[in-house]
Design a protein around this ligand. Structure first.
Ligand code: SAM
Ligand code: SF4
Length: 334
């Protein structure tokens, strides 16, 4: 590709450096806040991007300014041979960071392979330390298996390890202290995520929403004043804090209460190859179609440069730009 300006920038001057790459919409859990419990089907295999296509997209995006890719899903570890994709991603020049978000169910099995492939940053979703509640939220009695996956990740030395917890009033808000307490004992960052209304037929109900400020207050009531950490490179939109004598830290992602659209650097690619420019907007660009029409790398780069100009300014324009989100989080990748 001809050397062009090595930045990908939208109409509002935001540099897009981070791709959330959903490798599958399939999942081995069925979290109530993420995936519809009825009338739901997986994408047919032939409609999802092949690894060759994914790599071509990632090489192109890296050449024009993307520096970080997160493997997500559905559950990324259920896609066959994910490790080989991870290995090839780590070979892309200029791609500085490759990380993964997983539910942890298959982590005990795949932690070695991920580590060998060069992945170090791992986010593991865990909304409850109580096996019964875990089963209620996720539909599967697999708490112990996930916990073994977390232990394996700690043993391997992944760093940072972030534990993502979505807090829902009346469901797991009584576990805020227990979850935050993990950061005292383990070198992990427990990240509290606000419940978001993404997709249809999920558990969403405004009465279940708990703001990050409330969550933080509860943590401080239990553990004392939290010390803010300087903004780290891997913090993203999270504000990060530490408790006295803790091995790890806690983070808060208030996507609804503290909007971070102004500094949004994210692109999302769905498993069937649609570029999603904002989590909350169903306006997508069909990358797979363009790819399968035979665009070469240079044409693809131009395609992306034009596509990102459609990125909405932000949530405050929800009505004006008619943002709507009918896709489930499991088919977007979070
Ligand atoms: N299966 C993997 C996992 O669970 O970590 C990756 C995909 S999942 C869609 C990515 C993240 O989205 C998870 O941390 C999950 O908790 C979060 N998530 C899903 N639905 C959500 C919702 N309605 N509100 C907030 N976070 C949500
Ligand atoms: Fe699956 Fe992750 Fe969604 Fe849970 S949050 S249903 S593990 S994709």
């Amino acid at each position: 590709m001809k050397k062009g300006k090595n930045i990908l920038v939208d109409r509002y001057g935001r540099r897009l450096t981070y791709l959330r790459l959903s490798v599958t919409d399939r999942c081995n859990l069925r979290c109530q806040y993420c995936m519809p419990q009825i009338n739901f089907s997986w994408l047919p295999h032939d409609s999802i991007l092949t690894y060759e296509e994914i790599l071509k997209i990632c090489r192109t995006l890296t050449a024009i300014g993307v520096t970080k890719v997160r493997l997500t899903g559905g559950e990324p570890l259920v896609r066959r041979d994910l490790i080989s994709l991870a290995e090839k991603l780590t070979e892309i020049d200029g791609l500085e960071e490759i990380c993964i978000t997983t539910n942890g169910v298959l982590l005990e099995e795949y932690a070695d392979g991920l580590f060998k492939a060069g992945i170090r940053h791992i986010n593991i979703s865990l909304d409850s330390m109580n096996p019964e509640r875990f089963a209620y939220i996720t539909g599967f009695d697999l708490f112990e298996q996930v916990w073994r996956g977390i232990e394996k990740a700690l043993e391997k030395g992944f760093s940072p390890i972030k534990i993502n917890s979505v807090i829902m009033k009346g469901i797991n808000d009584n576990e805020i202290t227990a979850l935050a307490g993990l950061s005292l004992k383990y070198p992990v960052q427990v990240r509290f995520i606000e419940f978001m209304p993404v997709g249809h037929d999920i558990f969403w109900n405004p009465a279940r929403f708990v703001s990050c400020d409330k969550i933080r207050n509860q943590v401080e009531d239990a553990f004392g004043k939290l010390r803010p950490l300087p903004k780290s490179q891997s913090a993203g939109p999270a504000s990060e804090y530490v408790m006295d004598n803790a091995l790890g830290s806690v983070g808060f992602i208030g996507a609804l209460s503290h909007r971070f659209c102004e500094s949004c650097n994210r692109l999302r690619l769905t498993a069937e190859g649609r570029l999603r420019l904002c989590l909350f907007s169903d306006k997508e660009v069909d990358v797979k179609k363009a790819l399968r029409q035979g665009l070469d790398t240079e044409e693809l780069a131009l395609f992306f440069r034009q596509a990102v100009l459609k990125k909405p300014k932000g949530l405050e324009f929800l009505d004006k730009e008619k943002l709507s989100c009918t896709r489930s989080m499991s088919s977007i990748g979070g």
